[in-house]
Design a protein around this ligand. Structure first.
Ligand SMILES: C[S@@+](CC[C@H](N)C(=O)[O-])C[C@H]1O[C@@H](n2cnc3c(N)ncnc32)[C@H](O)[C@@H]1O
Length: 295
């Protein structure tokens, strides 16, 4: 087991999350970590309904972290069909995160078969049937290129990096394009982010985008699909946001630049962009609000 220890924080639904000193951010919404995994990822992608129509589900968990999103998926699928076959590939930079989540007792709220699956994945062991899969430890930008070239595709993708300001490397057009290649034509990608730069990157990568609103959350999340053109529509506010320079996406042509270089490249592109400055939009829609989750 890992020797690493992470600071723990309770969230509103009673589940706990970690704080990342390296990225200066919590791993989950403080409004409820288990609830976020369930609503923003499992419900959003319609995973359980899909499992009623096909013999197995393939899942790509981008930024596996403590494993909550995978855990919520397995819990929901196995609640209905305990022997339902699932294949999971998780991308995660730091193997000590899923290991510490188990060692520090944060995964004990999941059903026993789900905990057994999380344990095996964190240890790099073959997971117990009916689960197959593994974690690919290291920079997701490296692993996603190999996965995309292999032709492997997922029914659903959970896309959960730290926020764009903290981790722009994983919100670039180039990275998302590789991720999109790993999504079946009738598959769905879900992410908590509603940032304009994220949505424009998803569009530039060839995905249709929709907005999902969850009760109790101030900001909508995003659902994306290669072929579904009837996703829940964006609001007027969100559409106008995409017409501003906030929608200039992050770029990383070599899939290897650091955060600073990626931020500088975007600032440069924003300065010469024909899109409107974001100030007027912000004044129209966000006056009085301090949060900038949409940016
Ligand atoms: C917001 S957390 C994910 C939380 C996770 N989905 C969960 O349910 O616990 C972001 C994760 O991205 C990982 N990460 C950061 N940079 C990465 C990179 N370049 N490649 C792969 N993973 C990365 C972090 O180690 C962290 O575990």
């Amino acid at each position: 087991m890992s020797q690493a220890e992470f600071p723990i924080e309770p969230t509103a639904d009673g589940s706990q999350t970690f704080y990342s000193e390296a990225f200066g951010e919590w791993f989950h919404s403080r409004e409820g970590a288990y609830a976020e995994a369930h609503h923003t990822y499992v419900e959003a992608t319609g995973l359980v309904a899909r499992s009623r129509q096909q013999p197995c589900i393939t899942l790509l968990d981008v930024c596996y972290g403590l494993g909550y999103n995978t855990a919520a998926a397995l819990a929901a699928l196995w609640h209905e069909q305990p022997d339902y076959p699932v294949e999971v590939i998780g991308l995660e930079l730091d193997a000590t995160v899923p290991q510490a989540a188990i060692a520090q007792g944060l995964t004990q709220g999941w059903p026993a078969p789900v905990q057994a699956a999380l344990h095996a994945l964190a240890q790099g062991q073959p997971p117990p049937p009916p689960l197959q899969g593994k974690l690919l430890i290291g920079d997701a930008r490296h692993h996603i290129q190999i996965l995309a070239q292999s032709g492997w595709q997922a029914d659903v993708i959970f896309f959960d990096p730290f926020s764009p300001p903290r981790c722009p490397q994983l919100w670039t057009v180039e990275f998302i394009r590789c991720v999109a290649q790993c999504l079946k034509p009738d598959g769905y990608l879900a992410t908590y982010s509603c940032a304009a730069a994220v949505r424009s990157a998803l569009s530039e990568a060839g995905l249709n985008i929709g907005a999902l609103r969850v009760a109790g959350r101030r900001w909508p999340s995003t659902i994306a699909s290669p072929t579904d053109t009837a996703l829940p529509p964006l609001s007027r506010q969100e559409i106008e946001h995409l017409e501003t320079r906030a929608a200039v996406p992050y770029r990383d042509p070599s899939l290897s630049d650091g955060a600073e270089v990626i931020h500088q490249r975007r600032s440069q592109e924003q300065r010469t962009s024909p899109l409107q400055p974001t100030g007027a939009w912000r004044k129209r829609w966000l006056s009085g609000l301090s949060s900038t989750s949409m940016e």
